[in-house]
Design a binder for this molecule. Structure first.
Ligand code: CU
Length: 126
């Protein structure tokens, strides 16, 4: 009798474990589903930073560059560059926004998140 109970418990754990594994395989993280081409930039907002370091984004003038902003945080973020006319509006957890960087003027332009002043970087158009 006791052996049967133990066997049932063990089998239950195996079934739940394998269902969990299959569920994870079917629900691949959002980042992997986003198509990245060589001329696109993926910025992930997480832990109050864009791509951890708020990197300088290098873009060629007269060459539109696809920009994907993905919020992997538990709080809202947005991505704004006033000089380049980019504003994603606020993104909730797991929400992404596809836009573009395009300018025929070279120079450095600021980007930032309006909720977090430390989330700030430079778009360098060369
Ligand atoms: Cu933010």
């Amino acid at each position: 009798m006791l052996h049967n109970i133990i066997a049932i418990i063990v089998i239950s754990f195996i079934i739940v474990g394998s269902l969990w594994g299959i569920g994870n395989l079917l629900n691949t993280p959002r980042e992997k589903n986003i198509q990245k081409s060589t001329d696109s930039i993926l910025l992930v907002a997480q832990n109050n930073a864009f791509n951890q370091t708020n990197p300088t984004l290098h873009v060629n003038s007269n060459q539109p560059t696809k920009l994907i902003v993905l919020n992997k945080d538990f709080v809202k973020h947005d991505f704004i560059s006033e000089d380049l006319g980019i504003n994603t509006a606020y993104l909730t957890t797991e929400q992404d926004f596809v836009t573009g960087i395009a300018s025929n003027k070279t120079g450095n332009y600021t980007y930032y998140c309006s909720f977090h002043p430390e989330m700030r970087g430079i778009i360098e158009i060369i």
